[in-house]
Design a protein around this ligand. Structure first.
Ligand SMILES: Nc1ncnc2c1ncn2[C@@H]1O[C@H](COP(=O)(O)OP(=O)(O)OP(=O)(O)O)[C@@H](O)[C@H]1O
Length: 226
């Protein structure tokens, strides 16, 4: 059930929201690496149309928490629930629902920016180049649309990672320090983009060191400490 693809600079279709219960939930999430307790019984609930920011100093466990949210890291104890059931990152429903940018690593190093986005969109059922073209413009990638990922600046690579989340349907966005390496206008764009995501019913979980972004976007703030 996709919204019709957009031909403007608005984002790709968003999957239908379901309000009321948490889409993503941590219950007593604990992660240990050897003797190092990184996360200690962390609770978090994220509903459709809302944003939760995970904040804390370097090494506090923000990325670890986000990795648990997408099933890339297994909790030592506690639970991660998606849609009320234990998270299964291999399930088609989960993969169709969650768009994540945890780093800037391009998935397809031998595909150009626009080819990369076309593949991601198509793999998620969006077979309309207009959606990709809109995201290229929206994300400030027009001048490098035909470049290979290795030739992008660090900020452009960040924008490509974010664009990869925006060309596909999604019920949740999981973003690790999305502001990293963006210029000032990129920060403004990111803030407005995330507010638009919430307005469209997308749940947003993001880690950030950017207090202005957190203040503008987050409905709840979860602080982790080293
Ligand atoms: N696979 C791992 N094995 C061992 N230790 C790890 C592993 N992954 C993360 N850590 C440790 O867990 C702690 C939390 O790391 P994490 O990357 O989650 O922090 P962060 O809050 O995201 O930091 P930053 O703000 O610097 O991005 C750090 O001390 C890190 O060294």
């Amino acid at each position: 059930m996709h919204r019709p693809p957009s031909t403007s600079s608005s984002p790709a279709p968003t999957l239908p929201e379901r309000r009321g219960t948490a889409l993503l939930e941590f219950r007593g999430l604990t992660v240990r690496f050897g003797d190092h307790v990184v996360l200690d019984r962390l609770d978090l609930a994220l509903e459709a149309g809302r944003a939760v920011a995970v904040v804390g100093p370097n090494g506090a466990g923000k990325s670890t928490a986000l990795r648990c949210a997408v099933g890339a890291e297994a909790p030592t104890s506690g639970e991660v629930l998606f849609d009320g059931a234990p998270l299964d990152e291999t399930s088609p429903a989960f993969r169709a629902s969650v768009a994540a940018a945890l780093d800037d690593a391009a998935s397809f190093p031998d595909l150009s920016v626009v080819e990369h986005l076309l593949v991601v969109a198509w793999a998620h059922g969006v077979d309309d180049p207009a959606v990709v073209n809109a995201a290229v413009v929206d994300c400030g990638l027009r001048s490098v649309r035909d470049n290979l990922p290795a030739t992008l600046s660090s900020g452009q690579a960040r924008r490509l990672a974010l664009a990869s989340c925006l060309v596909r349907p999604r019920r949740a966005l999981v973003l690790d320090e999305p502001e990293q390496r963006l210029d000032e206008s990129g920060h403004d764009w990111l803030r407005e983009r995330l507010l638009a995501e919430k307005a469209a019913g997308t749940a947003v979980l993001f880690a950030s060191h950017h207090s202005a972004l957190v203040d503008a976007v987050a409905d709840d703030v979860v602080t982790v400490a080293p």
